[in-house]
Write a protein that binds this ligand. Structure first.
Ligand SMILES: Nc1nc2c(ncn2[C@@H]2O[C@H](COP(=O)(O)OP(=O)(O)O)[C@@H](O)[C@H]2O)c(=O)[nH]1
Ligand SMILES: [Mg+2]
Length: 225
Protein backbone atom coordinates (compact mmCIF):
# COMPACT_ATOMS: atom_id res chain seq x y z
CA UNK A 1 0.00 0.00 0.00
CA UNK A 2 1.32 3.48 -0.81
CA UNK A 3 2.01 5.97 1.97
CA UNK A 4 -0.74 8.27 0.67
CA UNK A 5 -3.26 5.41 0.82
CA UNK A 6 -2.26 4.52 4.40
CA UNK A 7 -2.49 8.20 5.39
CA UNK A 8 -5.97 8.54 3.85
CA UNK A 9 -7.27 5.41 5.62
CA UNK A 10 -5.85 6.63 8.96
CA UNK A 11 -7.44 10.05 8.41
CA UNK A 12 -10.82 8.42 7.71
CA UNK A 13 -10.65 6.23 10.84
CA UNK A 14 -9.61 9.17 13.03
CA UNK A 15 -12.28 11.44 11.50
CA UNK A 16 -15.02 8.90 12.30
CA UNK A 17 -13.65 8.40 15.82
CA UNK A 18 -13.53 12.17 16.44
CA UNK A 19 -17.13 12.68 15.31
CA UNK A 20 -18.38 9.86 17.54
CA UNK A 21 -16.28 11.19 20.43
CA UNK A 22 -17.87 14.63 20.08
CA UNK A 23 -21.36 13.08 20.17
CA UNK A 24 -20.46 11.10 23.27
CA UNK A 25 -18.92 14.19 24.90
CA UNK A 26 -22.23 16.04 24.32
CA UNK A 27 -24.12 13.15 25.93
CA UNK A 28 -21.79 13.16 28.94
CA UNK A 29 -22.34 16.92 29.26
CA UNK A 30 -26.14 16.51 29.13
CA UNK A 31 -25.92 14.14 32.10
CA UNK A 32 -23.23 16.06 34.03
CA UNK A 33 -20.77 13.18 33.91
CA UNK A 34 -17.12 14.16 34.26
CA UNK A 35 -14.90 11.88 32.17
CA UNK A 36 -11.19 11.19 32.59
CA UNK A 37 -9.08 9.09 30.21
CA UNK A 38 -6.07 7.52 31.99
CA UNK A 39 -3.01 6.67 29.93
CA UNK A 40 0.40 5.29 30.89
CA UNK A 41 2.86 2.51 30.23
CA UNK A 42 1.71 -0.93 31.48
CA UNK A 43 2.11 -1.24 35.24
CA UNK A 44 2.39 2.46 36.18
CA UNK A 45 -0.57 1.98 38.52
CA UNK A 46 -3.72 3.06 36.64
CA UNK A 47 -5.92 0.36 38.17
CA UNK A 48 -4.44 0.85 41.65
CA UNK A 49 -4.98 4.63 41.39
CA UNK A 50 -8.56 4.12 40.18
CA UNK A 51 -9.28 1.80 43.09
CA UNK A 52 -8.07 4.42 45.58
CA UNK A 53 -9.71 7.32 43.71
CA UNK A 54 -13.12 5.68 43.36
CA UNK A 55 -13.09 4.53 46.97
CA UNK A 56 -12.58 8.16 48.06
CA UNK A 57 -15.11 9.60 45.60
CA UNK A 58 -17.77 7.07 46.57
CA UNK A 59 -18.20 8.87 49.90
CA UNK A 60 -20.10 11.64 48.09
CA UNK A 61 -20.33 10.80 44.39
CA UNK A 62 -21.08 7.98 41.98
CA UNK A 63 -17.97 6.98 40.01
CA UNK A 64 -17.70 4.20 37.42
CA UNK A 65 -14.89 2.88 35.25
CA UNK A 66 -14.24 1.04 32.03
CA UNK A 67 -10.86 -0.56 31.68
CA UNK A 68 -9.07 -1.69 28.53
CA UNK A 69 -6.58 -4.52 28.19
CA UNK A 70 -5.65 -6.92 25.43
CA UNK A 71 -6.77 -9.88 27.57
CA UNK A 72 -8.14 -10.91 31.00
CA UNK A 73 -10.91 -9.44 33.15
CA UNK A 74 -8.47 -8.87 36.02
CA UNK A 75 -8.70 -5.08 36.20
CA UNK A 76 -12.51 -4.93 36.12
CA UNK A 77 -12.52 -7.56 38.88
CA UNK A 78 -10.12 -5.44 40.98
CA UNK A 79 -12.24 -2.33 40.47
CA UNK A 80 -15.61 -3.96 41.21
CA UNK A 81 -14.13 -5.57 44.33
CA UNK A 82 -13.95 -2.12 45.90
CA UNK A 83 -17.70 -1.74 45.31
CA UNK A 84 -17.63 0.45 42.20
CA UNK A 85 -19.34 -0.05 38.88
CA UNK A 86 -16.73 -1.27 36.37
CA UNK A 87 -16.57 -3.04 33.05
CA UNK A 88 -13.70 -4.65 31.15
CA UNK A 89 -13.05 -3.90 27.48
CA UNK A 90 -10.97 -6.56 25.74
CA UNK A 91 -9.09 -5.20 22.76
CA UNK A 92 -7.51 -8.45 21.49
CA UNK A 93 -4.54 -7.17 19.52
CA UNK A 94 -5.29 -3.45 19.66
CA UNK A 95 -2.95 -1.24 21.66
CA UNK A 96 -5.46 1.55 22.46
CA UNK A 97 -9.17 2.17 23.04
CA UNK A 98 -11.43 3.68 20.40
CA UNK A 99 -14.60 5.55 21.21
CA UNK A 100 -17.02 2.89 19.91
CA UNK A 101 -15.53 0.41 22.40
CA UNK A 102 -16.26 2.82 25.24
CA UNK A 103 -19.75 3.50 23.93
CA UNK A 104 -20.53 -0.23 23.77
CA UNK A 105 -19.15 -0.84 27.24
CA UNK A 106 -21.37 1.79 28.88
CA UNK A 107 -24.55 1.19 26.87
CA UNK A 108 -26.36 -0.55 29.76
CA UNK A 109 -25.48 2.18 32.27
CA UNK A 110 -27.79 5.06 33.08
CA UNK A 111 -25.53 8.11 32.72
CA UNK A 112 -27.98 10.16 34.77
CA UNK A 113 -26.92 8.11 37.80
CA UNK A 114 -23.17 8.70 37.32
CA UNK A 115 -20.95 11.63 38.33
CA UNK A 116 -17.55 10.39 37.14
CA UNK A 117 -16.55 8.00 34.38
CA UNK A 118 -12.93 6.85 34.34
CA UNK A 119 -11.57 5.25 31.20
CA UNK A 120 -8.45 3.20 31.86
CA UNK A 121 -6.76 3.03 28.48
CA UNK A 122 -4.56 0.17 27.30
CA UNK A 123 -1.02 0.49 28.72
CA UNK A 124 0.92 2.09 25.87
CA UNK A 125 2.90 5.31 25.57
CA UNK A 126 2.14 6.01 21.90
CA UNK A 127 -1.12 4.80 20.30
CA UNK A 128 -3.78 6.12 22.76
CA UNK A 129 -2.68 9.68 21.90
CA UNK A 130 -4.50 9.67 18.56
CA UNK A 131 -7.93 8.64 19.86
CA UNK A 132 -10.36 11.05 21.46
CA UNK A 133 -12.74 9.11 23.73
CA UNK A 134 -15.06 12.00 24.52
CA UNK A 135 -13.18 12.72 27.73
CA UNK A 136 -13.00 16.03 29.58
CA UNK A 137 -9.51 15.37 30.82
CA UNK A 138 -6.62 13.19 29.72
CA UNK A 139 -4.50 12.01 32.64
CA UNK A 140 -1.01 10.62 32.21
CA UNK A 141 0.47 8.43 34.93
CA UNK A 142 4.21 8.03 35.25
CA UNK A 143 5.63 5.76 37.94
CA UNK A 144 8.84 6.65 39.75
CA UNK A 145 10.18 3.26 38.61
CA UNK A 146 10.14 4.23 34.92
CA UNK A 147 13.16 6.55 34.85
CA UNK A 148 13.21 10.34 34.82
CA UNK A 149 13.85 10.59 31.07
CA UNK A 150 10.65 8.84 29.89
CA UNK A 151 8.77 12.11 29.16
CA UNK A 152 11.66 13.15 26.90
CA UNK A 153 11.86 9.76 25.18
CA UNK A 154 8.09 9.43 24.62
CA UNK A 155 6.87 13.02 24.24
CA UNK A 156 3.86 12.53 21.92
CA UNK A 157 1.28 11.17 24.36
CA UNK A 158 2.29 13.38 27.27
CA UNK A 159 1.98 16.44 25.07
CA UNK A 160 -1.76 15.70 24.68
CA UNK A 161 -2.36 15.37 28.45
CA UNK A 162 -4.14 17.85 30.73
CA UNK A 163 -2.68 16.56 33.98
CA UNK A 164 0.13 14.24 35.06
CA UNK A 165 0.22 11.97 38.11
CA UNK A 166 3.60 10.75 39.34
CA UNK A 167 2.73 7.46 41.06
CA UNK A 168 4.68 5.01 43.29
CA UNK A 169 6.06 7.87 45.37
CA UNK A 170 6.43 5.40 48.26
CA UNK A 171 9.32 3.67 46.48
CA UNK A 172 10.87 6.74 44.80
CA UNK A 173 13.88 6.75 47.13
CA UNK A 174 14.39 2.99 46.82
CA UNK A 175 14.61 3.20 43.02
CA UNK A 176 16.69 6.42 43.27
CA UNK A 177 14.19 8.42 41.26
CA UNK A 178 15.07 12.12 41.10
CA UNK A 179 11.46 13.37 41.31
CA UNK A 180 12.42 17.04 40.79
CA UNK A 181 14.21 16.08 37.54
CA UNK A 182 11.21 14.00 36.43
CA UNK A 183 8.97 17.03 37.04
CA UNK A 184 11.31 19.29 35.05
CA UNK A 185 11.28 16.80 32.15
CA UNK A 186 7.46 16.62 32.23
CA UNK A 187 7.30 20.44 32.09
CA UNK A 188 9.87 20.58 29.30
CA UNK A 189 7.51 18.51 27.11
CA UNK A 190 4.24 19.89 28.50
CA UNK A 191 4.88 23.34 30.00
CA UNK A 192 2.66 24.27 32.93
CA UNK A 193 0.78 20.96 33.13
CA UNK A 194 -0.48 20.32 36.70
CA UNK A 195 1.40 17.48 38.41
CA UNK A 196 0.10 15.38 41.32
CA UNK A 197 2.27 13.00 43.32
CA UNK A 198 0.68 9.86 44.70
CA UNK A 199 1.20 6.45 46.12
CA UNK A 200 -1.92 4.62 45.04
CA UNK A 201 -0.73 1.66 47.09
CA UNK A 202 -0.23 3.53 50.37
CA UNK A 203 -2.85 6.20 49.81
CA UNK A 204 -0.47 9.21 49.76
CA UNK A 205 -1.64 12.20 47.75
CA UNK A 206 -5.06 10.71 47.01
CA UNK A 207 -6.84 13.51 48.93
CA UNK A 208 -5.36 16.30 46.80
CA UNK A 209 -5.90 14.32 43.61
CA UNK A 210 -9.57 13.57 44.32
CA UNK A 211 -10.18 17.16 45.50
CA UNK A 212 -8.88 18.31 42.10
CA UNK A 213 -11.25 15.89 40.33
CA UNK A 214 -14.19 17.12 42.39
CA UNK A 215 -13.32 20.75 41.50
CA UNK A 216 -13.28 19.81 37.81
CA UNK A 217 -16.62 18.00 38.14
CA UNK A 218 -18.26 20.94 39.95
CA UNK A 219 -16.86 23.42 37.40
CA UNK A 220 -18.32 21.37 34.54
CA UNK A 221 -21.69 21.23 36.29
CA UNK A 222 -21.67 24.99 36.92
CA UNK A 223 -20.98 25.70 33.22
CA UNK A 224 -23.85 23.38 32.19
CA UNK A 225 -26.21 25.09 34.64
N1 LIG B 1 4.80 0.43 45.56
C1 LIG B 1 3.77 0.77 44.80
N2 LIG B 1 3.24 -0.12 43.94
C2 LIG B 1 2.19 0.26 43.18
C3 LIG B 1 1.62 1.55 43.26
N3 LIG B 1 0.61 1.63 42.37
C4 LIG B 1 0.54 0.43 41.77
N4 LIG B 1 1.48 -0.41 42.26
C5 LIG B 1 1.74 -1.81 41.88
O1 LIG B 1 2.23 -1.81 40.54
C6 LIG B 1 1.71 -2.94 39.83
C7 LIG B 1 0.96 -2.47 38.60
O2 LIG B 1 -0.19 -1.72 39.03
P1 LIG B 1 -1.51 -1.63 38.15
O3 LIG B 1 -2.49 -0.79 38.90
O4 LIG B 1 -1.94 -2.99 37.75
O5 LIG B 1 -0.95 -0.85 36.87
P2 LIG B 1 -1.66 -0.56 35.45
O6 LIG B 1 -1.14 -1.58 34.50
O7 LIG B 1 -1.20 0.82 35.05
O8 LIG B 1 -3.13 -0.63 35.66
C8 LIG B 1 0.85 -3.71 40.81
O9 LIG B 1 1.62 -4.72 41.40
C9 LIG B 1 0.47 -2.64 41.85
O10 LIG B 1 0.21 -3.19 43.11
C10 LIG B 1 2.19 2.48 44.21
O11 LIG B 1 1.77 3.62 44.34
N5 LIG B 1 3.25 2.03 44.93
MG1 LIG C 1 -4.63 -1.79 34.77
Amino acid sequence: MTETKIFNIKKKILGKNDQMAQNLRDEFARHNVFVANLVSSPGAGKTELLQATMQELRKNYMPAAVTGDLATENDARRLTKSGSLAKQILTGTMCHLEVDMVQNAIQDWDLAELDFLFIENVGNLVCPGDFDLGEDMRVMLIATTEGEDKPLKYPTLISTCDVVVINKMDIAAAVECDVALLERNIHEVRPGVPIFKTSAKKGFGIDAWTAFLVDQFEAKKAVAA
